[in-house]
Design a protein around this ligand. Structure first.
Ligand SMILES: [Ca+2]
Ligand SMILES: [Ca+2]
Length: 128
Protein backbone atom coordinates (compact mmCIF):
# COMPACT_ATOMS: atom_id res chain seq x y z
CA UNK A 1 0.00 0.00 0.00
CA UNK A 2 2.68 2.41 0.97
CA UNK A 3 4.54 1.76 -2.28
CA UNK A 4 1.50 2.64 -4.37
CA UNK A 5 1.12 5.95 -2.58
CA UNK A 6 4.72 6.84 -3.20
CA UNK A 7 4.40 6.07 -6.89
CA UNK A 8 1.34 8.28 -7.20
CA UNK A 9 3.12 11.18 -5.61
CA UNK A 10 5.99 10.64 -8.01
CA UNK A 11 3.66 10.76 -10.99
CA UNK A 12 2.10 14.02 -9.84
CA UNK A 13 5.50 15.59 -9.35
CA UNK A 14 6.52 14.50 -12.85
CA UNK A 15 3.36 15.98 -14.35
CA UNK A 16 3.92 19.28 -12.58
CA UNK A 17 7.52 19.54 -13.64
CA UNK A 18 6.60 18.90 -17.27
CA UNK A 19 3.98 21.63 -17.10
CA UNK A 20 6.48 24.08 -15.71
CA UNK A 21 8.79 22.91 -18.37
CA UNK A 22 12.52 22.65 -18.67
CA UNK A 23 13.15 21.40 -22.16
CA UNK A 24 10.55 20.35 -24.68
CA UNK A 25 8.49 17.28 -23.94
CA UNK A 26 5.95 15.73 -26.27
CA UNK A 27 3.15 17.16 -24.15
CA UNK A 28 4.65 20.61 -24.40
CA UNK A 29 5.00 20.32 -28.15
CA UNK A 30 1.31 19.45 -28.36
CA UNK A 31 0.40 22.37 -26.13
CA UNK A 32 2.45 24.75 -28.24
CA UNK A 33 0.83 23.43 -31.40
CA UNK A 34 -2.62 24.06 -29.99
CA UNK A 35 -1.64 27.46 -28.68
CA UNK A 36 -0.12 28.65 -31.94
CA UNK A 37 -3.41 28.08 -33.66
CA UNK A 38 -2.68 30.29 -36.66
CA UNK A 39 -5.38 32.79 -35.75
CA UNK A 40 -5.28 35.43 -38.46
CA UNK A 41 -2.86 34.44 -41.19
CA UNK A 42 -2.12 31.30 -43.12
CA UNK A 43 -0.16 28.27 -41.95
CA UNK A 44 1.39 25.21 -43.49
CA UNK A 45 2.25 22.10 -41.48
CA UNK A 46 4.83 19.45 -42.20
CA UNK A 47 2.55 16.51 -41.48
CA UNK A 48 -1.12 15.59 -41.67
CA UNK A 49 -3.43 16.85 -38.93
CA UNK A 50 -1.45 20.08 -38.40
CA UNK A 51 1.50 18.22 -36.90
CA UNK A 52 5.24 18.66 -37.22
CA UNK A 53 6.91 21.92 -38.16
CA UNK A 54 4.78 24.95 -38.97
CA UNK A 55 5.38 27.86 -41.31
CA UNK A 56 3.19 30.91 -40.84
CA UNK A 57 2.59 33.48 -43.57
CA UNK A 58 1.53 37.03 -42.80
CA UNK A 59 -0.03 38.47 -45.93
CA UNK A 60 -0.81 42.17 -45.69
CA UNK A 61 -2.49 42.46 -49.08
CA UNK A 62 -3.96 40.30 -51.80
CA UNK A 63 -2.04 39.18 -54.89
CA UNK A 64 1.08 38.73 -52.82
CA UNK A 65 3.27 35.69 -53.38
CA UNK A 66 5.38 34.06 -50.68
CA UNK A 67 7.84 31.24 -51.17
CA UNK A 68 7.69 28.29 -48.81
CA UNK A 69 11.06 28.01 -47.13
CA UNK A 70 11.63 25.40 -44.44
CA UNK A 71 8.61 23.37 -45.54
CA UNK A 72 9.29 23.51 -49.29
CA UNK A 73 7.84 20.31 -50.80
CA UNK A 74 6.96 19.09 -47.31
CA UNK A 75 3.61 20.62 -46.38
CA UNK A 76 0.88 18.05 -45.73
CA UNK A 77 -1.85 20.08 -44.05
CA UNK A 78 -2.87 23.73 -43.85
CA UNK A 79 -5.00 26.27 -42.02
CA UNK A 80 -6.38 29.39 -43.69
CA UNK A 81 -8.22 31.48 -41.10
CA UNK A 82 -7.79 34.59 -43.27
CA UNK A 83 -10.48 36.29 -45.33
CA UNK A 84 -8.55 35.62 -48.52
CA UNK A 85 -8.28 32.68 -50.86
CA UNK A 86 -4.88 30.99 -50.82
CA UNK A 87 -3.50 29.52 -54.03
CA UNK A 88 -0.89 26.77 -53.85
CA UNK A 89 1.89 26.54 -56.45
CA UNK A 90 4.22 23.65 -57.14
CA UNK A 91 6.92 26.10 -58.35
CA UNK A 92 8.62 28.95 -56.53
CA UNK A 93 7.55 32.58 -57.00
CA UNK A 94 3.99 31.52 -57.83
CA UNK A 95 5.00 30.82 -61.42
CA UNK A 96 2.81 28.71 -63.64
CA UNK A 97 -0.73 27.89 -62.67
CA UNK A 98 -1.78 27.10 -59.15
CA UNK A 99 -2.68 23.53 -58.32
CA UNK A 100 -4.95 24.00 -55.35
CA UNK A 101 -6.88 26.83 -53.74
CA UNK A 102 -7.97 27.07 -50.13
CA UNK A 103 -11.20 28.92 -49.44
CA UNK A 104 -11.27 31.71 -46.85
CA UNK A 105 -11.66 30.39 -43.33
CA UNK A 106 -10.87 26.82 -44.31
CA UNK A 107 -8.48 24.13 -43.18
CA UNK A 108 -7.36 20.82 -44.63
CA UNK A 109 -5.87 18.13 -42.43
CA UNK A 110 -4.49 16.18 -45.39
CA UNK A 111 -3.53 17.67 -48.74
CA UNK A 112 -3.17 14.24 -50.36
CA UNK A 113 -6.70 14.18 -51.72
CA UNK A 114 -6.01 17.46 -53.50
CA UNK A 115 -2.88 16.06 -55.12
CA UNK A 116 -0.74 18.55 -53.23
CA UNK A 117 0.91 16.56 -50.48
CA UNK A 118 4.60 17.51 -50.19
CA UNK A 119 4.47 19.71 -53.30
CA UNK A 120 3.78 23.30 -52.25
CA UNK A 121 6.66 25.65 -53.06
CA UNK A 122 4.88 29.00 -52.96
CA UNK A 123 1.52 30.44 -51.98
CA UNK A 124 -0.43 33.54 -52.98
CA UNK A 125 -3.33 35.22 -51.26
CA UNK A 126 -5.98 36.50 -53.64
CA UNK A 127 -9.39 38.08 -53.28
CA UNK A 128 -12.05 35.46 -52.56
CA1 LIG B 1 4.79 16.19 -45.32
CA1 LIG C 1 7.12 21.99 -55.40
Amino acid sequence: MKRTTVRRVGAVALALSSLMGVGATAAQADAQRLASSCLSSFCLYEHDDYAGAEQEFLFTSNNTCANVTSLNNKASSMRNPSAGRIQFYDSANCSGSYGYAAAPGSSDSDLTNNGFDNRTSSVKRVSP
